[in-house]
Every structure is written in C-alpha cells, then in structure tokens.
Write a protein of this length. Sequence first.
Length: 345
Amino acid sequence: MFNPNFRYTNVIVRSLTKISASREIILNSPLIPKWEVTLRREAIVQSAHSSTRIEGNRLSLDQVSNLAVGREVMATRKDKQEVLNYLRVLENLDKLARGKAITEKDILNIHRMLTEDTLENSSDCGAYRNRYVVVGNRLTGEIIFRPPENEAVPGLIEVLVEWVSSDEAKELDPIVMAGIAHYEFVRIHPFVDGNGRTARVLATLILYLRGFDTKQFFCIDDYYDSDRPAYYSALQSVNQTTLDLTDWLEYFAEGVAVSIDTVKERVVRLSSERLRKAKRGQIALTERQMQMVEFINTAGKITSGDIQRMFKISRQAAHKEIKALMELGVIKSQGVGKATYYILD
C-alpha cells in the first residue's frame, strides 16, 4: 500500500481553516443565482486556459472563451485541440468516475480524452509510455527530474489507485488527499506527454468525488499558471529519497485557499448581511439582477437612472427590473419622487 510521507504544519492547517470558512460562506450564501451554470462555465474556461498554458499552449483567455461557445479562433490546430479536449473533460467530470471510485481505466480514459488528436503518435494516447522520458527545462535543456523506468509504471499506478480508494486516504482532508495524488502522479509520470494536465484533472476529480466542489465553481489551475516557476519549484521541493510531501502540500493547500477565496469574495458581494442573518435560503437571480445587487454592494444604492445606463434600457424596463427585485424581497425603496433610490432590504 502506498504510504504518503508528510506532516501537518501551521501553514497547512491555516490554509485548511481558511478553505473551510470560505466554502461555508459559498454554500450558505442566500444569493446563489439561477445562472450557477455561468459561474461554473467561467471556472471551466479559466481552468482549460490555465492548465494548457502551463504546458505551452498559446491561446489567450478570450480565445479559449470563444472556443468554448463554438466560435472559430486563429490558432494552430494542436493548440485549439488541447483546449477543446480539456474543456470536454471538465464538462464531463461527473461522468469520469461513474462508480464514485477512480480506477486505472478512468485514468487512461482521462489521458485519452485530454490528448486525443494532439500527440505525434496516436498510439501514445491513453497508453502508458513505452519509451523513457525525462522532465527538463525547455529553455536551458537542463534535466529537472528522472521518473521511474517504463516497466515500473503500471504497478505504481495500480498502487496509487488502490490508495485513492482506501479508507486511509478518505480519512484525510480532501485537499490533502488531492494534493498527495497530484504529486505522486507527476512523480510516476506514466505518459509520454500530458502528465501535468492529467494530474491536475485527477486532483480536481478527487475534490469533486469527495463533495468539495460539486458545483465546480473554483479554478486552482489559475493559481499555478500565475507563477509557473513557483509551481514547478514546489513540485521539485520533494526529496526523492524521503518523498516528504510537506512543502508541496503547503503550496497546494495555499493554492486552493487563494482560489476558493476568489469565489467567496464574489459571493459576498452578492449578499447583504441582513439577508445572510435572515437565513431565507437561496434566492434565484437573473444575470441582470446579479449586476444590480453588485452595484448596490459597491455604491450603497441604485437608482432607476443607474439601471437604464447599465443595461441601455428604457425607464419603463428599468422599473420592471426594480419591481422584480422588490417582489423577491432583495431591495427596498428610499426617498420619494425623483429622489427615489434603492438599497438592499
């Protein structure tokens, strides 16, 4: 049985505490919109952009967004296909482990989906490496890491899969479990190409199956991409003799904390303190209504004129939007006549 070597430090515990607090706010927010699909979509697009960019993809976030909605972009076929593959995997995350337990077959399938029509040799797609590879710095040519021999790969993956499904692993915090699996997969380096992307999807899938991010609202890949040298440095911080994962797990937990805090801040902007205390439950809002609530949280109030300018709509249409929010009990009016404005109820 795989037995990960690490210790809980103040840094890890602090990050886990922050994560727990942010997640609680997100899950219990009274203003979760009807367009949860939009928030999920944004996170998936950001993940696809960041995770492929880490490995050299040249598409911009705008180009990835356009590809996600079926628009054509000017880019190489390989760059576009890598992004489309990643989008497809994340969009089908709930189907990747049908039995709620990740198997070796699932991992091979994830790699096949991620690398389809992008590798020089199609036989490498969804198959363990049959030739030795090393991890090196593309700019300097320096060899950074030498993974296990080809022959050892199937056995090492089998042991990792057994651990992921074990009671011991499930007793760990989901963040710690996902971080361990991420590193061990990168260390084994089972494929000729696409190991990093597969490792990041594996960690995301573990968090999903553990019930941590079932709505797929947050994107940790953006944290890695924002400082790629730090990401690689954290992976390389693990001593290959002791395989002590502590430093890596500090980095990984901090990344999740930063990523989920971004989601929390957005949700907080959409919730008034009074609504949270009232515990009215979740209120479904349209995208336009969400923008109005965000405006109030920033400016303190909103007027009919503000709404007309925001959405380029008539006075009558603005009043219709106001009436809908008032009927939901989200806002209330202040002042009279032309001086009327609206605040959160």
